[in-house]
Design a binder for this molecule. Structure first.
Ligand code: PLP
Length: 413
């Protein structure tokens, strides 16, 4: 039986299957079971920041010889080491780490920390956010296509959305920023919100890069109303945007930060919530932060090796350098359907529009499909096409990838 048929028989899936079975991966390249090579502009969607087949991380995996499991209530040296490492690099004051298995769990604990600290239960977030798949996170209102279903079924916590501080078509950014700030002010004025949760640079909105003015205003409003700031850096953290954390672009010091994906570059499942000490302490009597598989010894060691590699190689610097070149090259493509190109490091979004008035999501999907057929892996959303390569991307391969993107775009009428 073909793999796709076996897959469909017993696996439940939501999103459409990309029928590629990756058999090997090295650096920024993937190879399928059919022998076809792919340039990787996806990185497992913001996961494989350190790149594929990194010996420094694989060695830790292969040579691991500590006890397989540590009981969460006992001591384990690796936890202290990883928590010290994280607390030392994130812009959260006196950060305390909560051990998570991945991004959804990390965000869930962040929401709980905000509730515990403030005694409030509602949240403000951007329009169409994605912060994970738990019921609380789905209550924040996920992508438009699922919203109707969620509103009917999943209102487990109160959540209010504010409009995005950008125009994917790049025409009305100014108005969008003003409307977004005004909406945030309006939502926070009653002083009943536990937290404003946001991706500082939103990977789920196809590289939405708010201006500093937005984050300055958000900080002011949150401080004024006693609202916690939860910076969800699950996707944009660990170097993707040209700084180690996206908050650094804005001098932002959130009350809570969540990380996962790039924390291990996908070499092991792990995530973390880093909360200001007083939030972490407020959680104690109220919420349980126990997670059986949160920070298993192997995942802990892998995360330490990965983070040290990112720090040693300063991968955010390469992201910044190569991202600039890619954005410039994309800007030179002469095709009037390219409405806007946004880039911060290797967080790059391209929005296509056929009528100049709306995002042509069908075209974005077709172009992404054509890229994949031509040997370039990338993704598309309702806001455009996402180019999120591993942070070790080199200029030559990046140039080749953009060339494929250009061909694919020309081929799609
Ligand atoms: C911003 C953000 N937060 C949270 C999550 C959830 O992470 P996970 O899939 O590891 O549960 C995601 C996943 O894509 C994400 O993009």
């Amino acid at each position: 039986m073909a793999l796709i048929d076996r897959d469909s028989k017993h696996l439940a899936r939501g999103d459409a299957i990309i029928p590629i079975e990756v058999k090997s991966a090295d650096g920024v390249m993937l190879k399928g079971a059919d022998g076809k090579s792919y340039i990787d502009f996806l990185a497992g969607w913001c996961v494989v920041n350190a790149g594929w087949g990194r010996k420094e991380i694989l060695d830790v995996l292969h040579k691991f010889s500590e006890p397989a499991y540590a009981f969460p209530n006992m001591l384990y040296e690796g936890w202290a080491e990883l928590a010290e490492l994280l607390a030392g690099i994130v812009p959260v004051k006196e950060g305390r780490c909560l051990r998570a298995t991945g991004g959804s769990e990390a965000v869930e604990m962040a929401l709980q920390a905000a509730i515990a600290k403030t005694g409030r239960h509602s949240f403000v977030c951007f329009d169409n956010p994605y912060h994970g798949h738990t019921l609380a996170e789905l209550s924040l209102a996920e992508m438009t296509r699922r919203r109707k279903y969620i509103e009917r079924n999943y209102k487990y916590i109160g959540a209010r959305q504010i409009p995005l501080p950008f125009d994917p078509l790049g025409k009305k950014d100014r108005e969008a920023v003003e409307a977004s700030i005004a909406a945030l002010r309006h939502e926070l004025r009653g002083g009943d919100c536990a937290a404003f949760i946001f991706e500082p640079i939103s990977m789920n909105h196809c590289a939405m890069i708010p201006p500093r003015e937005f984050h300055d205003a958000a900080k002011e409003e949150c401080e004024r109303s006693g609202t916690m700031m939860i910076a969800d850096e699950v996707a944009c953290g660990f170097g993707r945007t040209g700084k180690l954390f996206a908050c650094e672009h804005y001098g932002l010091e959130p009350d809570v930060m969540t990380v996962a994906k790039g924390m291990s570059s996908g070499y092991a499942p792990i995530g973390a919530t880093i909360a200001r000490k007083e939030l972490a302490e407020a959680m104690r009597p109220v919420f349980y932060s126990y997670s059986t598989f949160g920070w298993t010894p192997l995942a802990t060691r892998v995360a330490i090796a990965n983070i040290n590699l990112i720090l040693k190689e300063k991968l955010w610097e390469n992201a910044e350098k190569v991202g600039k070149k890619m954005a410039k090259r994309l800007g030179e493509i002469r095709d009037e359907r390219i409405a806007s190109v946004r880039a911060k490091g290797l967080a790059i979004g391209v929005t296509l529009s056929s009528d100049g008035r709306s995002v042509d999501t069908d075209l974005c999907g077709r172009v992404a499909g054509s890229c994949i057929e031509r040997g370039l892996l990338l993704g598309s959303t309702g806001y455009g096409i996402m180019l999120y390569p591993p942070l070790i991307m080199d200029e030559k391969t990046a140039e080749k990838g953009i060339g494929i993107f250009e061909e694919a775009l020309r081929s799609c009428k």
